[in-house]
Design a protein around this ligand. Structure first.
Ligand SMILES: Cc1cc2nc3c(=O)[nH]c(=O)nc-3n(C[C@H](O)[C@H](O)[C@H](O)COP(=O)(O)O)c2cc1C
Length: 412
C-alpha cells in the first residue's frame, strides 16, 4: 500500500498530535482520555510490553498476506473500525468519512447508536460492510426500533454493548463544558474559536446545512427525553440490561450478533449460549471503569472458553500493528480500533482515517514478515514469549485456535 495522504503522520501517535492541533481541547480530551485516574487507559498500552515476539527465520514470506475472513466474509485486514459516537463532531459527517475509509481498506465499519449521521445516510453515501452498535435504552421498544432500522438499511452485524450500564466518571468533560446537545459557555466558545480549522470546516458547516449536530439515530421519542449533559453521559442508558435482552435481540436480529465489553470467560460462554455469534473482549478503551483488566490479560481464557464456537474480537489500546499481531496470536480473529481512526478523521477526514489504516496495514505486514509468518492462519502463541508472568497463552488443546502448521513454516 502506498503512502497516500499529505498528512505528516508516520505512526498513530503522530496522527494523535495532528488531531490535537485541529480540534478544540474539550473535544480532543473527550476522545483521547480515559476515566478517573486513567489507570486502565495506561495499562491498555503497557500490557503489550509484557509479551515479546519469538521469530522464525528462513521462511519465504514474499507472498505473505494479512487477508482474513470474518463470519465467512473475506476482508483485506484483521481490523474493524470500532463504534465511537463522536466521529461526526471531529469532522463534518465524520461517520461517512470513516465508513468510506473502511470500505477502501476492505474492512468492516461499525456505526454507533450515538453517531451524528443517520444510519441510512451512512449506508447510502459509503456502503461497504456496515455493522451497527446498540446501547440498550430504558425503553426497550426504542432500542428495538433502531435494530429494525439497521436491518432495513442493510447492516450486516449488530454489536450490543454491555459494559456501559453507568457512564464512566470522566471529570474533564464536565470541566470542559462540552455537552450534547451543544450548549455554549465562555470556556468552550474560547476553545472553539482558537481552533478555526475545526470551527469553520466542521461546526459552521453543520450550522449552515443541517443545524447543530445531534444524535441523528435517536427516534423522536428518544430525542425528546434528552437533556444537555456532559458528553458520554447519555441520560438514556439502561442499568437493567440482562440475558433476557440478549434473547430478545436474538429473536429480532437475523444476522451476526456480537456482544461487546465482556472480560469474563463465564459471561462470554453464557452469551454464546444465548445466541451470540461473536464476543468483543473490550474495556471500552479505558473509558468506563478505572482499574479494570486489559483485554489482553483475559483474552486467552475467553478464547479457551468460546473460541471453538464463536468469533472472538479484542479492542482497547491498539496503536501498533505489533499490538494487533499479538492479539491475533492469542486467538482473536480481528481487532477493533477506536481512537486510532478517530485521530485520523479528526486530523484529515476520510484521508486521515485512510492513512491511519494504511499505517496499521504496513506495520502488520512488516511484523508478520519479521516473525516468519506467511498468513494470519499461521499465527499462534508459539510466536510469543510471556515476560510478564501474569500473562498466559490460551490452552491450545481446549481452545479454538487455528491449527498451526509449524512443520510447513520450518520447512520453508
Ligand atoms: C470517543 C469515543 C466514543 C466511543 N463511543 C462508543 C459508543 O458509542 N459505543 C461503544 O460501544 N463504544 C464506544 N467507544 C469505545 C470503542 O468502541 C472501543 O471500545 C474503544 O475505543 C477501543 O479502544 P481504543 O480507542 O484504545 O482503540 C467509544 C470510544 C471513543 C474513544
Amino acid at each position: 500500500m502506498q503512502v497516500s495522504s499529505k498528512l505528516k503522520a508516520w505512526n498513530i501517535f503522530d496522527m494523535r498530535d495532528l488531531a490535537q492541533k485541529r480540534v478544540p481541547r474539550g473535544l480532543f480530551e473527550f476522545v483521547d482520555r480515559g476515566t478517573e485516574d486513567e489507570v486502565s487507559l495506561k495499562n491498555n498500552r503497557t500490557v503489550f510490553d509484557g509479551i515479546r515476539f519469538r521469530t522464525r527465520t528462513m521462511v519465504d514470506v514474499s507472498k505473505r498476506s494479512q487477508a482474513t475472513e470474518i463470519f465467512g466474509v473475506p476482508h483485506k485486514m484483521p481490523l474493524v473500525i470500532a463504534p465511537t459516537g463522536t466521529a461526526g463532531l471531529l469532522w463534518y459527517e465524520g461517520e461517512i468519512a470513516l465508513a468510506r475509509a473502511a470500505k477502501a481498506a476492505g474492512i468492516p465499519f461499525c456505526l454507533a447508536t450515538g453517531s451524528m449521521t443517520a444510519m441510512e445516510r451512512v449506508a447510502e453515501e459509503a456502503g461497504g460492510e456496515l455493522w451497527f452498535q446498540l446501547y440498550m435504552w430504558p425503553d426497550r421498544s426504542l432500542s428495538h426500533e433502531l435494530v429494525n432500522r439497521a436491518k432495513a438499511a442493510g447492516y450486516k452485524a449488530l454489536i450490543v454493548t454491555v459494559d456501559g450500564v453507568s457512564a464512566g466518571n470522566r471529570e474533564y468533560n464536565i470541566r470542559n463544558g462540552f455537552t450534547i446537545p451543544f450548549t455554549f459557555s465562555t470556556r468552550n466558545v474560547l476553545d472553539m474559536v482558537s481552533h478555526p480549522r475545526w470551527l469553520l470546516g466542521t461546526m459552521l458547516r453543520y450550522l449552515v446545512t443541517t443545524g447543530m449536530p445531534m444524535y441523528a439515530n435517536y427516534p423522536a421519542a428518544a430525542k425528546a427525553k434528552l437533556t444537555a449533559g456532559p458528553m458520554g453521559r447519555s441520560s438514556l442508558r439502561s442499568d437493567s440490561i440482562s440475558w433476557d435482552d440478549l434473547d430478545a435481540l436474538r429473536k429480532i436480529w437475523p444476522h451476526k450478533l456480537i456482544v461487546k465489553g465482556m472480560l469474563n470467560a463465564e459471561d462470554a460462554a453464557k452469551a454464546v449460549d444465548h445466541g451470540a455469534d461473536g464476543i468483543d473482549v473490550s474495556n471500552h478503551g479505558g473509558r468506563n471503569l478505572d482499574g479494570i483488566v486489559s483485554p489482553i490479560e483475559v483474552l486467552p481464557e475467553i478464547v479457551d472458553a468460546v473460541g471453538h464456537r464463536a468469533t472472538v474480537f479484542a479492542d482497547s489500546g491498539f496503536r501498533r500493528g505489533s499490538d494487533v499481531v499479538k492479539a491475533l496470536a492469542l486467538g482473536a480473529k480481528a481487532v477493533m480500533v477506536g481512537r486510532s481512526t478517530l485521530y485520523g478523521v479528526a486530523a484529515g477526514g476520510e484521508a486521515g482515517a485512510a492513512r491511519a489504516l494504511e499505517i496499521f496495514r504496513d506495520e502488520i505486514s512488516r511484523v508478520i514478515a519479521l516473525l516468519g509468518c506467511r498468513s494470519l492462519a499461521e499465527l499462534g502463541p508459539q510466536y510469543l514469549k510471556f515476560v510478564d508472568p501474569s500473562l498466559q497463552p490460551p490452552k491450545l488443546a481446549r481452545g479454538g485456535l487455528r491449527a498451526v502448521d509449524t512443520k510447513a513454516a520450518s520447512q520453508n
